[in-house]
Design a protein around this ligand. Structure first.
Ligand code: GAR
Length: 216
């Protein structure tokens, strides 16, 4: 049976585009059935419309509380009973009750080497601290902001003279590699979470997830 994916996004949608590309070439172990945005202007909605993928707009500005927004969001997601919900640049903090409802089916990508730099402005913080590397991490979502178990992490060297935009561009390139990978691992049942430890193919992963290596 085809596995169903729902994508949540707030902006440009390049990570969604990379998943869509994988799906169009038959390299994704599931179908993207619905794209939901909390922002009407999100570029990702236009990408979905052009690809004839169902979309939903749930504008957070129309809601008085986070609980009310998350309740409607959960209802729309549930209507397609997805195997996986992919947060692809979804810039909303989710309530504990939402996260609990979809526990183990919620993946996020974050542009830092978690546990370093949860939250915003990750690239600038890595530069300000004089780090030698930055990167991106795909992780399951828990109630802790950017704190859930890591699936895969890609490191990107920081180059002299880097600006946050240059660094973000290079990190984005690896984001587009690792997210489809992590999605496929989840959908093909290769990941399992037991007692807070994430296993891939029954082998415990390091706390930072599998280290991604660029194809030779
Ligand atoms: C990506 O860099 C993603 O890692 C980041 O937003 C960008 C979305 O780009 N996500 C977060 O910061 C989540 N905390 P995209 O819309 O082109 O995929």
């Amino acid at each position: 049976m085809t596995r169903r994916i729902v994508v949540l996004l707030s902006g440009r949608g390049s990570n969604f585009q990379s998943l869509l590309n994988a799906s169009l070439t038959g390299e994704l172990s599931g179908s993207i059935d619905l794209v939901i945005s909390n922002r009407p202007q999100a570029g990702g909605l236009a990408i979905a419309n052009n690809a004839n993928i169902d979309t939903a707009l749930i504008d957070h500005q129309a809601y008085a509380t986070r609980d009310a927004f998350d309740a409607d969001l959960a209802g729309v997601i549930d209507s397609v009973t997805p195997d996986l919900i992919v947060l692809a640049g979804f810039m909303r903090i989710l309530t504990q009750s939402f996260v609990s409802q979809f526990a183990g089916r919620l993946l996020n990508i974050h542009p830092s080497l978690l546990p370093l730099y949860p939250g915003l402005n990750t690239h600038q913080r890595a530069l300000d601290n004089g780090d030698t590397h930055a990167g991106a991490t795909v992780h399951y979502v828990t109630g802790e902001l950017d704190g859930g178990p890591s699936v895969i992490q890609a490191k990107v060297p920081i180059e002299s003279g880097d600006t946050k935009d240059r660094l973000a561009d290079r990190i984005l390139q690896v984001e587009h590699q690792i997210y489809p990978q992590a999605v496929n691992w989840h959908l093909s049942g290769r990941l399992a979470l037991r007692n807070g430890v994430l296993y891939k193919d029954s082998v415990p992963l390091p706390a930072t997830g599998e280290l991604w290596r660029a194809p030779q």
